[in-house]
Design a protein around this ligand. Structure first.
Ligand code: NAD
Length: 425
């Protein structure tokens, strides 16, 4: 039993361990530690939807709002069978640290629906999305809590949420309510470049790591777990730097080619098969359990949480893990990897391009503007580089790892707000 518990920890347990570790090093105020150690509100909804066959199914939806000391709650909605209150809680807490670290005027929230979307038609998914939005009611809103895409949710789903939310408000406020979500399609107030913001940001952090270590990324090999929004765009920008993608794993299986996999060709192939990479003709199939052991320089986990555990950490040969996904490395495996000298760019820094892009979309909507993609990418690179260097500086001065350093930057910002404003009443 003892070794079993040492081997695997849940996402919520991971985020709390990471928080407590950083709070200890920082000497976080005891009261603020209590506030941040719990969530502000947890909304659980059960809502009925009529399926195409006329039958009614009841779905479970969640929205956890962790903390809003710095601004409205912000974070994605996920449609996946693993969505439950614990996952939503952990992911909401991560969002609070992520927005604070990036210096955004937001708090942290997260949610989703427990569902395998591949089992439903587009019309059913639309009804599920709209009814879920209706069930959340005024718990979300452009200045209250602003959801965004996450696993299996996309701009189309955001457009349905925006339309449903705005349609249930007075017609006079319709336009003001459409920016209840970010990650919308371009015709509905979306931001040019929001689609690639997370993957782009992942690569900005990898470039910063390379700069810090005088490493030329051209010719460096990398592997990507998850070839959805984050995995594809990260590969796209790594390819531009001349790095070589040699293995990809997703929900459909794992593929390998030591001579390189072209991300654009793989994307074109996957689009024909509901996003699945299995069967890609220019690579061979590999066992999923051998994936993390592939001999490469960089691993980009860009799928789900808790993928790197003591079940596979010992086979890892890469010198860098850039966490595109949220919570891909559990704390036990992380300790082991750090001991081995593997660097980890923590999720709250590595994938923060998504929420930073969302912030620009929100600003663009509030100002009724249309921003240019080149400007968006430039702003993103700037903001992420500043956060990266702040994390390195903090970790160095406290002689700690980058994740703890990133948490310390985030926690200090929230602590300062509480100290200045106090706690009502
Ligand atoms: P997505 O739905 O576009 O893609 C998810 C990918 O993960 C797919 O390729 C899927 O096949 C793969 N996957 C699912 N289950 C898997 C399994 N068991 N093993 C291996 N692969 C599996 O999702 P996304 O938006 O790219 O998000 C990926 C990760 O990045 C998530 O952890 C998400 O929270 C995080 N993230 C996303 C954004 C964003 O802007 N989209 C921002 C920050 C963080």
């Amino acid at each position: 039993m003892e070794t079993e518990t040492k081997k695997r920890t849940g996402m919520y347990e991971n985020v709390m361990r990471q928080f407590n570790r950083a709070a200890d090093v920082l000497g976080l105020d005891e009261g603020i530690r209590k506030i941040l150690g719990s969530t502000n509100s947890e909304i659980v909804v059960h809502f009925p939807v009529k399926l195409d066959n006329g039958k009614i199914e009841v779905f479970n939806g969640y929205r956890v709002q962790h903390n809003n000391a710095l601004g409205p709650y912000k974070g994605g909605l996920r449609f996946h069978p693993t969505v439950d209150i614990d996952a939503a809680r952990a992911l909401a807490i991560w969002m609070t640290w992520k927005t604070a670290l990036a210096g955004l005027p937001y708090g942290g929230g997260k949610g989703g629906v427990t569902i395998d979307p591949s089992k439903y038609s587009a019309a059913e998914l639309e009804r599920i999305t709209r009814r879920f939005t209706y069930a959340l009611g005024d718990n979300i809103g452009p200045d209250v809590d602003i959801p965004a895409p996450d696993v299996n949710t996309n701009p189309q789903i955001m457009a349905w949420i925006a339309d449903t939310f705005a349609s249930t408000k007075s017609p006079a406020t319709r336009m003001l309510n459409l920016h209840v979500v970010t990650g919308k399609p371009l015709g509905s107030g979306g931001l040019e470049g929001r689609d690639r913001a997370t993957g782009f940001g992942v690569v900005v952090t990898i470039k910063e790591w390379a700069k810090l270590n005088n490493i030329d990324l051209a010719g460096k090999t990398y592997i990507v777990q998850g070839f959805g929004n984050v995995g594809y765009w990260a590969s796209h920008f790594m390819e531009e730097l001349g790095a070589k993608l040699i293995a990809v794993q997703d929900a459909s299986g794992a593929i390998y080619n030591k001579d390189g996999i072209n991300p654009e060709e793989l994307d074109a192939y996957a689009k024909q098969y509901k996003g699945a990479v299995a069967g890609f003709p220019s690579a061979s199939r590999m066992e999923a359990e051998d994936f993390f052991g592939v001999d490469c320089d960089i691993i980009i986990p860009a799928a789900l949480g808790n993928q790197i555990t003591m079940d596979n950490a010992h086979v890892i040969k890469a010198s860098l893990i850039a966490e595109g996904a949220n919570g891909p490395t559990d704390t036990v495996a992380e300790d082991f990897l750090l001991e081995k000298g593997v660097k980890i760019i923590p999720d709250i820094l590595c994938n923060s391009g998504g929420v930073i892009g969302s912030y620009y979309e929100w600003l663009q909507n509030k100002r009724s503007e249309n921003w240019k993609i080149a400007d968006v990418l430039h702003l993103l690179e700037d903001k992420i580089s500043i956060a990266f260097n702040k994390v390195v500086e903090t970790s160095d001065s406290f002689n700690t790892d980058w994740r703890t350093g990133a948490y310390m930057v985030a926690l200090s910002r929230i602590e300062q707000t509480y100290k200045e404003r106090g706690v009502f009443p």
